[in-house]
Design a protein around this ligand. Structure first.
Ligand code: C5P
Length: 244
């Protein structure tokens, strides 16, 4: 369960850019007291740990979205590097890496003298449909597999999972309240959907049980990103946005 002061920072802004210049220009217009940010594979591959540190120095807490998936020893090393070298607030690993890998990730910082990031699992990529899963040897469909993998994450001592807005309510029923649900695919009624097929409003996602919402283009491509962020923050805090 998220404590009250966390409510202000439930929005995670996806920094889906290829250059440092674009990132820093956006961050100049956002307040680290009102959001967190997500750094994914494109930005990390182009700009590396140097930019992650720069973003951290500006006061932003970082979700490092690199979806680690490898043998347990390698994933544990990557988790340690993300925590000790980069000081990230959250990171993720692929649940399909198996129990030993998930436990290695969860236990990687045992005894370490550092702030512990939330380590969350990726269950089934939303780009995969039931036919894709069947080709991979997974029968029973994506719903069943998402719940199965989320349970595996819980048993392996991870802190939560990333899930689509459509999965939040079902997962919330299956999992303890403190298990974090991090949800992309969030749009206000007038927002362009882009390539997101199934979307949910910010207030609805939180009401369904999401803890953190990942929002990209509705904020990063807005004319006034800070105003757009404020609207999302108001929506998840249960307050209507100020119309003036
Ligand atoms: O711009 P938009 O709000 O669609 O960005 C959503 C962010 O969440 C992107 O960084 C995207 O890669 C990520 N994401 C997603 N769907 C998933 C997992 C991650 O949209 N299932």
């Amino acid at each position: 369960m998220l404590v009250n002061e966390e409510n202000r920072k439930r929005i995670i802004v996806a920094l889906d850019f290829a250059t440092e210049k674009e990132v820093l220009r956006l961050l100049d217009r956002l307040d680290p007291d009102n959001c967190r940010v997500k750094i994914g594979k494109e930005l990390f591959t182009s700009c590396g740990p140097t930019l992650v540190k720069k973003v951290g120095k500006r006061g932003f807490e970082i979700f490092l979205d690199l979806k680690f998936h490898d043998i347990p020893n390698t994933v544990a090393g990557a988790v340690r590097a993300a925590a000790l070298e980069l000081g990230v607030w959250m990171l993720n690993v692929h649940a399909s890496g198996g129990k030993a890998m998930l436990e290695a990730a969860a236990g990687a910082l045992a005894g370490a003298d550092c702030r512990r990031p939330h380590i969350i699992g990726v269950t089934v990529l939303t780009s995969l449909n039931d036919r894709d899963l069947s080709q991979l040897g997974v029968q029973g469909g994506s719903r069943e597999q998402v719940v199965r993998l989320a349970r595996l994450c819980l048993e392996s001592h991870l802190g939560g999972v990333v899930c689509s807005a459509g999965e939040v309510a079902a997962l919330r029923k299956e999992l303890p309240r403190e298990f974090l649900l991090v949800t992309p695919g969030i749009r206000r009624p007038g927002d362009a959907r882009g390539d997101q097929k199934r979307v949910m409003g910010p207030a609805e996602a939180v009401a369904a049980g999401a803890d953190y919402l990942v929002v990209g283009r509705p904020i990063t491509r807005a004319e006034d990103p800070q105003a757009a962020l404020s609207e999302f923050v108001s929506a998840v805090s249960g307050n209507p946005p100020n119309p003036y």
